[in-house]
Design a protein around this ligand. Structure first.
Ligand code: 0PR
Length: 362
């Protein structure tokens, strides 16, 4: 095989990034291990409990339950599964989330056969407590808040959502899959210490700079996960609560290595760098007359017209659009000021031409 993975120098839309060098080494060393069978692979099992402990520290939770999942999708599906088990399968359960929630919840609803109720967001693109409360009823098993939305980097009012969940005797899940490694350095109320959060998605393979696949599921109590455990009679270990069976030891080891190298100072410095880049880039787009959603976390969305967007794609920029059609740039660790400058130079060169094509002046 001759193929090489593509470079990151034009990747502006991804929520994954170059792994930290220590995470890369650890992934290679643990490639053949399977934390899905912890009694046979005790070395990686020990690393997994270390990973969960540090994730708990980052998310404000002592003695966390949880495991290193394949990503945010699995963590979100498992959170829905936990809530459904707790509500009792005979009950027709529903999950309430803001429209800014990730599409993995649609997969969860589909696989688990529960109803997903989607509440509109407020003018600032955050979950609107009144709209969320209006969707909740006796059969609500789970209320979902997002701490760092995929499209706009918004942080929902997690304490208010906690009150709504409690009033319906439902669980509260926070999807911090992307934001979880940034938010400790902000003054947002997002974590287990701020609100009665029951479960959380927090992914080392996004802002945590671990190798893919490395997601995180945290639970306030280990017993929440026990509800998912099935017997595994022919393994050395006797039960399994994860969704997947064989799992990536590389993901687990790289998560530990990345967090050992970066928590907390390295992540703090990265947050400062990424946030400064996002604010600088947002200003630069504003100065050019585009509407920009202010980046409360390092993710910039701006109203760049479709022809310009596609012209930039033709130049090799890996960019994506929000559901509403805005350009979306995620300031991940590999996104440097030089990359953004080079992107803006292309934008300045292409925008007049692309708009001229649209208006027919050319
Ligand atoms: N929750 C949130 C808030 C997310 O942003 C994402 C992924 C997930 C859950 C699901 O996580 P996994 O993809 O790890 O299962 N958000 C991006 C997306 O799906 C992820 C992404 C990653 C996009 C790499 C592009 C890319 O190149 O759009």
């Amino acid at each position: 095989m001759q193929a090489e993975p593509q470079a990151f120098d034009r990747v502006l839309s991804s929520m994954c990034t170059e792994p930290h060098p220590a995470a890369r080494d650890a992934a290679i060393r643990f490639l053949a291990t399977n934390p899905g069978d912890p009694a046979t692979y005790p070395a990686v099992a020990a690393l997994e409990s270390a990973a969960v402990d540090t994730l708990g520290e980052i998310a404000g939770l002592e003695n966390p339950g949880g495991y290193v999942a394949s990503g945010g999708t699995e963590a979100n599906i498992q959170a829905v599964r936990i809530a459904r088990e707790r509500a009792g399968r005979t009950k027709r359960a529903n999950v309430v989330m803001p429209e800014s929630g990730h599409f993995s919840f649609q997969k969860a609803a589909d696989v688990l056969g529960i109803e997903l109720r989607i509440a509109p967001v407020d003018d600032d693109l955050r979950a609107d407590p009144a709209a969320m409360a209006a969707c909740v009823d006796d059969e609500t098993a789970l209320v979902v808040g997002v701490a760092g939305t995929t499209e706009y980097g918004r942080v929902d009012p997690i304490p208010e959502l906690g009150e709504i969940a409690a009033s319906a005797d439902a669980l509260l899940h926070v999807d911090a899959a992307w934001g979880g490694f940034l938010l400790p350095f902000t003054d947002h109320a997002w974590n287990f210490a701020d609100a009665p959060v029951d479960t959380m998605a927090i992914d080392p393979h996004k802002m945590g700079q671990a190798a893919v696949p490395s997601g995180g599921l945290l639970a306030r109590e280990e017993s929440l996960l026990d509800a998912l455990a099935v017997d595994t009679p022919y393994l050395e270990s006797t039960s399994q609560a994860t969704l997947t069976g064989t799992r990536s030891g590389a993901g687990v080891a790289s998560a530990v290595a990345a967090m050992e190298a970066l928590w907390p100072d390295g992540y703090r410095r990265q947050h400062e760098r990424s946030q400064a880049n996002a604010e600088w880039f947002a200003e630069a787009l504003l100065a050019r007359g585009y509407d920009v959603v202010d980046p409360e976390l390092p993710l910039v969305s701006a109203s760049v017209p479709e022809p310009v967007f596609y012209a930039l794609r033709e130049e090799g920029w890996r960019i994506s659009r929000t559901g509403a059609g805005e350009l979306r740039v995620v300031c991940m660790p590999h996104v440097t000021r030089e990359m953004l400058e080079s992107f803006l130079a292309d934008l300045d060169r292409l925008a007049p031409r692309a708009s001229a094509t649209v208006t027919g002046d050319d």
